[in-house]
Design a protein around this ligand. Structure first.
Ligand code: SF4
Length: 298
């Protein structure tokens, strides 16, 4: 992975109005993500910046340094209805540079001060740093933390999510949050055909999440919009060449065939029922096409 560079920018707005995502507002303090997941649908956003969806997305990052102040101004508006806000819909709000900038921490404090409910999605145990503010948000308005977990297999994790914390670390962080009274669960997504979709692999995730105190499980099969598909196929070609033709056949459009999606939905629902981990409303879903991606802040 290339060495990351960070460009500080100022955003004009913090809250983004979104549609068809199960929630109405999102915000993202960073553009680009060093976690570098092979399947990341947010890669497409970098192409709108004149950068590529591959190495540039992972190494040329933008930091909205003024986002907390802008958010506080927006939350103070008399028109703000305190709808639930989704944090980290495009990029991980707890990627390593958050240790320095503390923007997500400031965002959670601002939301708690204004009694605005929120949920966030991350792959990082750094979220534990903000456990006190998350508890305050939970008590005042409602907070949920969702850890993306696609696999517990260390080899697949290294290939597919090379810049992330190992899944067991995420599960330990989830346990700490649930023990602190903050509802936490897993985002089992994307389910990758022929790689992470076996009954045994999915069951292992449910088992581990259940032991860690998860209270819900969101899930979604792999979708591949055009610039992401090219990057993902390169990863498949390098690591699972025997699957490449099958992927090419089945991903001529962003979605796999309906019959596969239904097969996975039934498998996940059966495991949800068995482990008592319901799906929930307001779950993050990949946007249908690049042109419908939510605008990101600035
Ligand atoms: S952690 Fe999330 S935002 Fe970051 S690369 Fe992975 S999928 Fe994309």
């Amino acid at each position: 992975m290339a060495r990351a560079t960070y460009t500080e920018i100022e955003c004009k707005s913090a809250l983004n109005r979104v549609t068809n995502m199960g929630f109405n507002w999102s915000l993202n303090p960073y553009k680009g993500c060093v976690h570098a997941c092979a399947y990341c649908y947010a890669r497409a956003n970098h192409s709108y910046l004149g950068l590529n969806a591959g190495e540039d997305f992972e190494s040329k990052l933008f930091v909205k340094t003024n986002i907390v102040g802008v958010l506080r101004r927006e939350l103070a508006s008399r028109y703000w209805k305190r709808d639930e806000v989704a944090i980290g819909t495009s990029t991980d709000p707890y990627q390593p540079t958050e240790g320095k900038y503390r923007l997500t921490g400031g965002i959670i404090s601002a939301l708690a001060d204004s009694s605005t409910p929120a949920h966030l999605v991350t792959k990082s145990p750094l979220v534990i740093r903000d456990i006190d503010e998350l508890r305050r948000l939970q008590e005042r308005a409602g907070a949920r933390v969702c850890f993306t977990i696609t696999t517990l297999d260390p080899d697949i994790w290294r290939i597919m999510e090379p810049g992330t914390a190992p899944p067991p670390q995420r599960l330990r962080a989830m346990k700490m949050l649930t023990e602190a009274g903050i509802p936490s669960g897993i985002f089992l997504a994307p389910v990758m055909p022929r790689i992470t979709d076996s009954e045994d692999a999915l069951r292992a995730i449910f088992e581990a999440a259940s032991e860690a105190g998860a209270t819900f499980c969101w899930s979604s099969p792999l979708r591949l919009i055009p610039p992401v598909r090219d990057h993902y196929f390169e990863t498949i070609e390098r690591n699972y060449p025997e699957l490449l033709d099958r992927y090419r056949r089945n991903y001529q459009t962003p979605d796999t065939p309906a019959v596969y999606r239904e097969f996975i939905r039934e498998r996940i629902n059966r495991l949800r029922a068995e482990y008592g981990l319901p799906g929930e409303g307001a779950r993050p879903t990949p946007p249908p096409m690049p042109m419908q991606l939510p605008l990101i802040g600035a």
